[in-house]
Design a protein around this ligand. Structure first.
Ligand code: SF4
Length: 154
């Protein structure tokens, strides 16, 4: 049986970003040909594509995911979507997520205050939940691949 890797779907070439675009990195699939690739995108099934941008706000020490213009708190919706995905894929050997995303970013996502000013970098909600659940799997991002293939990003 092949090893399994979760990969952010936009890196794999799906047009699932909030702006309707992809962030495909062609070298990822080649680098992962010995794995079963499990595409992951929690936002597109919930909110459609294109969709309103979301942000990670830190309010009184608690992270909330809030839509950019309509200020709707979608934290619980996203948590449910991500937890369902994790339950469907309880064991994986590798995780590669898109950097800087409010869902997928791992240590690279801007965290905003209530005035929507960036206060620091942290993790998106999916990276955070996966980090808790898949304790023995180190989360990587596409920046590792771009270091070796600097011209590979659309
Ligand atoms: S970064 Fe994550 S949530 Fe955003 S489009 Fe890519 S896979 Fe979907």
């Amino acid at each position: 049986m092949k090893k399994r890797v979760i990969v952010s779907a936009c890196i794999l070439g799906e047009y699932c970003r909030y702006d309707g675009k992809t962030k495909e990195i062609h070298s990822v699939k080649e680098a992962l040909k010995e794995y079963d690739i499990i595409p992951f995108c929690p936002e597109a099934p919930l909110f459609g594509t294109p969709r309103e941008r979301i942000n990670v706000l830190e309010i009184n020490g608690e992270k909330r995911i809030v839509t950019d213009e309509t200020n709707k708190d979608v934290t619980e919706l996203l948590k449910e979507e991500i937890n369902t995905f994790i339950q469907l894929h309880p064991k994986v050997e590798r995780i590669i997520l898109k950097s800087k995303s409010p869902s997928c970013g791992y240590g690279t996502t801007p965290l905003l205050n209530e005035k929507k000013e960036t206060i620091k970098l942290g993790s998106g909600i999916a990276a955070e939940l996966m980090n808790k659940y898949y304790k023995d799997v180190k989360i990587e991002d596409e920046l590792n691949f771009m270091k070796h293939n600097p011209n590979d990003l659309n």
